[in-house]
Each structure stands twice: as C-alpha cells, then as structure tokens.
Design a protein around this ligand. Structure first.
Ligand SMILES: NC(=O)C1=CN([C@@H]2O[C@H](COP(=O)(O)OP(=O)(O)OC[C@H]3O[C@@H](n4cnc5c(N)ncnc54)[C@H](O)[C@@H]3O)[C@@H](O)[C@H]2O)C=CC1
Ligand SMILES: O=C(CO)COP(=O)(O)O
Length: 373
C-alpha cells in the first residue's frame, strides 16, 4: 500500500502537534477484525508523516490466549493478529499493549474501534487518565442507551461524556477483510468542525486505496454507520428465507427510508448529501451483501438456533452489532411511542428476540407504510 500526499505543498502537511511540538502519538483502542485492518493503514500513514505523527503506534489488545500463547505477544513477534485478521501482516511499528491505560498514556489521538458493548467499560478505565490534549476518533458502529433509560445515546457522546475530550467519527463501506487486502474503498469522517481536526485526520487515514471525505454532519455519519447494521440483519433474514436480490433491494430501500427518518426525527438538521457519502448508502449496500450481520442472520434463519449460538459458531469471537443495535433502537422507539413508524427496525428486533418468526420480515416489507403513500 502506498500513501499519496494531497493538498498544496508537501511541506505544509508536516505539522507537529502545536502544544508539544513533538510528533503526535496515536493509539488504536481495539484489535479486532476492523481494528487490525485499520492498523495496517495507520501504521503506513504515521510512517509517511513521521514529522507529524509518532510512527510507533500502540494498539490496545484485550488479552486472550490463542493456542497457548498471549495474543499481544503473537502480534509483537509475528506481526499478525492470528485470531481476528489471520493471514495479514501488520506493520512493525504497530505495537500491541495489553494494559489499556498504558496503551493510551500520552497519546493525543485515540482511535476507538471495539464492539460497542465494551465502550462503557473501556471509558470507565480511562476516565481521568488520558492526555489533556487527547482527541478520540470513533470507528464504532453502534448506539448506547441513556443511563436513566429514557432514550438513545450516540457512542461518540458516551465517549465524550466520560473522557471529556473532542470526538469525531469515521464510518464507511469498509468490510475489514477487503480493506486488509488493499482493495479500493471510500470512507467518511464526520467532524464537529471540519477545520479543527479534519485535515489532520485525513492525513492519518487517507491512502491510495482508502479515500476519505470529511463532512461536518457527524451525528448523521455515526447514525448511518450504526443503523445500517440493523438493515443488514433484515437482508440476512430474507436471504435465509430464500428470497433474491429484488427483495434485498427492497430491504435496502425501505431501510434507507427508515434510517433517514430516524436521523431526521431524533437529530434534526442533517444534510441530505451525507446519506450519499460512503457512510450512508454505500455502507448500507456493502453490509447487506457482504457483512457479518447479514451472514449471521441468514444462518439464524437456516439453522433455527439462537442468535448468540450462530454468532459464536460463525464469527470465532468477532461480533455482529446489528442485533444489539436493533434492541437499543427498539427501546428508544418504545420510549417515544414511535414503534409503528419504523416497522423494519422493529421487525429485526422482534425476530432476533424470537418474538416473531423470520417470515414476519416479508410481511413487514409488504405492509410497509412507504407503500401507503
Ligand atoms: N469488521 C468490520 O468489517 C468493520 C467493523 N466496524 C465496526 O468496528 C467496531 C469494532 O469491530 P471489530 O474490530 O471488527 O471487532 P470484532 O467484531 O472483531 O470484535 C472482537 C474484538 O472484541 C474484543 N473483545 C472481546 N471481549 C472484550 C471485552 N470484554 N472488552 C473489550 N474488548 C473485547 C476482542 O478482543 C476483539 O478485539 C464495531 O463497532 C464494528 O461495527 C466498522 C467497519 C468495518
Ligand atoms: O461495517 C461494516 C462494513 O462497512 C462491517 O459490517 P459487518 O459488521 O456486518 O461485517
């Protein structure tokens, strides 16, 4: 993979951190399938921009034993995450660190990339222990539930509340195995204010085969990333029932209608153009065809086993975020009396819970309110 410079003059790209005037340290918080694939990119870009970024990138590894060896030690000696991204070499400047606090010590960019159910526990451990200049980029596709149970919370807001630092997001049509094979794709960075961190984050992630667009509509970027996993479950159910591509296209279309409606209702003021970025329609399509959520939900229908069992059998420790996200979204819809407005999201939740047979997905598509107009 080569890193191509962009912008006007290459010299203007090398901007050491303004506070310390030393290269910015980067930590990847997570080392699963996506965490390891993004490490291949960040390992390259930090080396390419070594005046701006410290090329030693620490990667927090949730320690586990793999065939009698510690995963962190395997990564540091063989430069391969044999469990979560087997067969792909990680750059040697990626250093696995099993101690979470130590992995983030002194880092000013923290790339959060863990299944969303672990975010709270990680933030609690890091609370008050990160650099005062730290800045998080969340690659996490999921949502959380407010402490008092009244509604939904963005993962970025959860991180911001615990760590008291700025949080931007990166989402896109980025199946990790394809990214790790250096196959061309695009991604979207959602910033609160583009000019503050946008250019620096673009330098950190942008390569010839991983093309970044930066937008200021961060809420929409994040919600597209989270909600498309729920729609991908619906696509998996229809695949499992033996339906074809026309049905999947209907799932994608109706799913997109619910995504846009949900974003507009709960986070008004989004830009329509954001749904046409990689984080929107592109991620929805790729996940409905090639993602783990689709795969697990198809197998759930075919095998007739509980979702957790199918996930364990098929994903070897990786995680499908669609079913828990559907539950969190359902909770929000119930709390705000909007269940009837989002039948696809609701059907996914009910099927995952065993409260509705998978065939209910087809009834849901057939009777969708979009057909009443
Ligand atoms: N895999 C993919 O293709 C993509 C994933 N994403 C998103 O990135 C996020 C992370 O996904 P992946 O890296 O694929 O993870 P993954 O699905 O491979 O999950 C496994 C990871 O969870 C860790 N883990 C297990 N138990 C834990 C615990 N108790 N506490 C903390 N960590 C624990 C494991 O050590 C491992 O690193 C998710 O939100 C996902 O939706 C986004 C784009 C692409
Ligand atoms: O987010 C993804 C692709 O962009 C990965 O989707 P899955 O988690 O369904 O594999």
């Amino acid at each position: 993979m080569t890193v191509r410079f962009f912008g006007s003059a290459a010299s203007a790209l090398f901007r050491p951190n303004s506070t310390t005037m030393s290269p910015t340290k980067v930590t990847i918080v997570g080392s699963g399938n996506w965490g390891s694939a993004i490490a291949r990119i960040v390992g390259q870009t930090t080396k390419a921009y070594s005046n701006e970024f410290d090329p030693t990138v620490r990667m927090w590894v949730f320690e586990e034993m793999v065939n009698g060896e510690k995963l962190s030690e395997i990564i540091n000696t063989r430069h391969e995450n044999v469990k979560y991204l087997p067969g792909k070499i990680l750059p040697e400047n990626i250093v696995a660190v099993p101690d979470l606090v130590q992995s983030c010590d002194g880092s000013e960019i923290l790339i959060f990339v863990v299944p969303h159910q672990f975010v709270k526990g990680i933030c609690k451990q890091l609370e008050g222990k990160i650099s005062p200049n730290a800045h998080v980029v969340s690659l996490i596709k999921g949502v959380s539930v407010q402490e008092n149970g009244t509604g939904l919370k963005l993962i970025s807001d959860e991180i911001r509340e615990y760590l008291k630092c700025p949080v931007d997001v990166l989402m896109g049509a980025n199946l990790a195995p394809e990214v790790a094979n250096d196959m061309f794709c695009e991604a979207t960075i959602g910033c609160q204010t583009r000019s503050v961190h946008g250019p620096m984050l673009k330098r950190l992630f942008h390569t010839d085969n991983f093309r970044i667009s930066v937008v200021e509509d961060a809420h929409t970027v994040e919600l597209c990333g989270a909600l498309k996993n729920v729609v991908a479950c619906a696509a998996g159910f229809t695949d499992g029932l033996g339906y074809g591509d026309n049905t999947k296209a209907a799932v994608i279309r109706l799913g997109l209608m619910e995504i846009t409606k949900f974003v507009e209702h709960y986070y008004p003021g989004s830009n329509l153009s954001t749904f046409f970025e990689s984080c929107g329609i592109a991620d929805l399509i790729t996940t409905c065809y090639g993602g783990r959520n689709r795969k697990v939900c198809e197998a759930f229908v075919k095998a007739g086993k509980p979702m957790a069992e199918v996930e364990k059998e098929l994903l070897n420790g990786q995680s499908a975020q669609g079913p828990p996200t559907a539950a969190e979204v359902f909770h929000m819809l119930e709390a705000t009396n909007l269940i009837s407005s989002f039948p696809l999201f609701v059907a996914v939740h009910r099927i995952c819970q065993g409260e509705m047979p998978p065939s209910g997905m087809i009834d849901c598509l057939r009777d969708h309110p979009e057909h009443q107009a």
